[in-house]
Design a protein around this ligand. Structure first.
Ligand code: HAM
Length: 426
């Protein structure tokens, strides 16, 4: 292969987000972040690379994220590193390291890229973007409800609230789960040869995950299995009942899904998933729950905790599937230049318009006005401003309407600012 035709493709599971797509992503992301910040949560920024042990200890050795999907790196000085598969363990590590729990309770959010070596498909990528929210130091169901409210407000703000369902469950304490695991394994053992291969393997490593197997035969076998919720101790039951009552009081619709167990080991008590039917098999747009033991397990003082994370790509797909429009143009005004002498005036005009919150692209590269107008049209701008000798001499601007058939107009700069800013030229 010669150097000329050497072409690099995308790494499997990675995506470019090009102009035309990026505007929806930005719009959805800013709606989501505006919602979290409107609840008074503090931002925390976390690194993409962590020690691999943080995740094997935090998420559990037998979870898919650790066992099968982690991107591992050898550090040059001998350490084992990982590209983060999720943000909760990193957030807990950061909070412990910074001594933030000594200062009391914390309510935090983060956003960023996560990496899992999964089988890519629509809505499932190897690099994906999460927005996560975590609350530390709150033992009661009140914070579980607040976290649900935050997600609920996000869906409303985006106009997707009718397309998502809140599913909840309680998986109790670690002791409860250990007891239930034994019972479940005893129940499933006689059916072992009928289980799907993943579930057969999980029978020894992570039997709870069998509950959310998508395999029809396995689901049939599970129909008569004892339910985890029957094994909850008194305090878990009370926590869960209290949560349900509060949701009802808030008119927050929910569905108890007794098979909901989540794929990461750190969860205790409340678990939550927001699902949609519009995205096929990757229908979980947002998920989380309580993880009361994780902080201690990672070396901090025993502190209750709860949180959730959403997959931005999935929320964007959902928003798009509903046909909600977004403004895909990044230009309001395109300035066309009649001759090179027009540039200083054009730059001054562009600067003033930009200071008035208008997005201005100045033509570069010369060429005839007609060709410049084609570029102006392609940029998505609403208006073109044409600057030549006449405009400079008269201290005026010629404004051309690119999206309506209004006549071109000659106006003063002040009038143009006023009109363009308030969209009155449309
Ligand atoms: P998770 O369920 O593994 O939980 O991921 C949360 C969300 O991230 C999923 O519901 C999904 O929307 C998105 N997601 C996960 N994997 C992919 C992927 N391969 N491609 C695209 N989107 C994906 C967690 O990560 C927990 N840290 C959530 C949490 C926060 N729990 C408590 N606090």
């Amino acid at each position: 292969m010669t150097e000329k035709n050497l072409k690099f493709g995308l790494v499997r599971g990675m995506r470019d987000i090009v102009p035309g797509q990026v505007e929806r992503v930005s719009f959805v992301e800013s709606c989501l972040l505006d919602t979290v910040t409107s609840y008074g949560y503090d931002e925390i920024r976390l690194p993409i690379i962590e020690q691999a042990g943080l995740f094997s200890r935090g998420l559990g050795e037998a979870t898919d994220a650790v066992e099968k999907e982690m991107y591992l790196l050898d550090d040059r000085d001998g350490g084992k590193l990982a590209l983060r598969p999720e943000g909760t363990a990193s957030c807990v590590r950061a909070v412990i390291n910074a001594g933030m729990l000594r200062e009391g309770k914390q309510r935090l959010w983060y956003s960023g890229w996560m990496f899992r070596h999964e089988r890519p498909q629509k809505g499932r990528y190897r690099q994906f973007y999460q927005i996560g929210v975590e609350a530390f130091g709150y033992p009661g169901p009140d914070i579980d409800v607040e976290l649900i409210n935050i997600a609920g407000s996000m869906w409303k703000r985006l106009g997707v609230q009718d397309e998502v369902t809140l599913e909840i469950n309680s998986i109790g304490s670690r002791e409860t789960r250990d007891r239930y695991k034994q019972v479940l394994v005893e129940y499933l053992t006689p059916f072992v040869s009928d289980l799907d291969s993943d579930s057969r393997r999980r029978l020894n490593t992570n039997p709870l995950r069998i509950l959310d197997s998508k395999n029809v035969k396995t689901q049939e076998i599970l129909t008569d299995a004892p339910e985890l919720i029957e094994f909850l101790d008194e305090s878990s039951t009370k926590h869960f009942e209290d949560l349900c009552e509060r949701l009802e009081r808030d008119n927050q619709a929910y569905r108890i899904n007794p098979r909901l167990v989540r794929g990461l080991d750190y969860y205790t008590h409340t678990v939550v998933e927001w699902t949609t039917e519009r995205l096929g098999s990757q229908g979980t747009v947002c998920a989380g729950g309580r993880y009361d033991g994780l902080i201690e397990q990672l070396g901090g003082v025993d502190t209750p905790a709860a949180g959730f994370a959403l997959g931005l790509e999935r929320v964007v797909l959902l928003h798009e599937s509903l046909g909600h429009p977004v403004n895909t143009s990044s230009v309001d005004i395109y300035i066309a230049i009649i001759s090179d002498e027009s540039y200083p005036y054009a730059r001054r005009v562009a600067g003033i318009l930009r200071n008035n919150a208008l997005r201005v692209r100045v033509h570069q590269g010369g060429g005839k006005i007609k060709a410049q107008m084609r570029q102006a049209d392609k940029s998505g701008a609403k208006w073109a401003v044409i600057i030549g000798e006449k405009e400079i001499a008269e201290n005026m601007l010629s404004v051309k309407f690119l999206r309506t058939d209004k006549e071109q107009r000659s106006v003063t700069l002040e009038a143009a600012i006023d009109l363009l800013k308030h969209n009155e030229l449309e």
